[in-house]
Design a protein around this ligand. Structure first.
Ligand SMILES: O=C(CO)[C@@H](O)[C@H](O)COP(=O)(O)O
Ligand SMILES: [Fe+2]
Length: 218
């Protein structure tokens, strides 16, 4: 059970201290948006390189960008330990995942709420994590989509059948009120932005989320 706070809800003028505030988390989730794949623009490789220099924990890059085949591997090369691309945007996901892994990072594929998992199940041989989005990608602070839980169950079942160390991540609207159903459905990596950075104390929110996830894990 791993917690990955999203810095999308952090204070962008103070990212070093915002990362220090979640040093008890397993990962720092960095949302890269290009204003094309999603209708929002955040940050890119130069800022991720700077974050990598100061982060006390490994960085989990969630790339909501077009042409990840071209743009994703440099994040792994820079030192991000997990790099997630959207399957809807990837032209050649097998080569892309191999490029990411070739740089020493975990490769991960993300599915938007409207994207079914079944057509991509065969890619489990190539990836280390599947991200099931529980909001439409683009913004923090949106409402959790409980209707994605059957997909999380389906991915967990496929991962169990496949074997190996493949993680199932959920991202969007994850909070103390929604994390239990994610854990029960089979998720084991939980991204939370507003629930962590909107809390009185970010580190306590991380501990609370991990505790709830553990209590409802299989
Ligand atoms: O990828 C995204 C949004 O597209 C996320 O990582 C959000 O940043 C999560 O924020 P909350 O829903 O937890 O506030
Ligand atoms: Fe994200």
């Amino acid at each position: 059970m791993q917690i990955s706070p999203s810095i999308l809800s952090a204070d962008f003028a103070n990212l070093e201290s915002e990362l220090a505030a979640i040093s008890n988390a397993d990962w720092a989730h960095v949302d890269v948006m290009d204003a094309h794949f999603v209708p929002n623009l955040t940050l890119g490789l130069p800022i991720v390189e700077s974050l990598l220099r100061v982060s006390p924990i490994p960085i989990d890059c969630h790339l909501m960008i077009e042409d990840p085949d071209r743009w994703a591997p440099p994040y792994a090369e820079a030192g991000a330990k997990s790099v997630t691309f959207h399957i809807e945007a990837a032209k050649d996901p097998v080569t892309l995942a191999r490029d990411i892994r070739g740089q020493g990072a975990r490769a991960s594929m993300a599915l938007k709420p409207g994207t079914a998992f079944a057509p991509y199940e065969e890619l489990l041989t190539e990836v280390d994590m599947v991200l099931v989005m529980t909001v439409e990608p683009g913004f923090g602070g949106q409402s959790f989509m409980a209707d994605q839980m059957p997909k999380v169950e389906q991915v967990r079942q496929a991962v169990r059948k496949h074997g190996g160390d493949i993680w199932v991540q959920v991202d969007g609207g994850v909070s103390a009120g929604t994390i239990e159903q994610c854990a029960e459905a089979g998720a084991d990596v939980f991204v939370a932005g507003s629930a962590v950075y909107g809390a009185h104390e970010a580190a306590s929110a991380v501990d609370e989320l991990r505790e709830l996830a553990l209590r409802h894990s299989h």
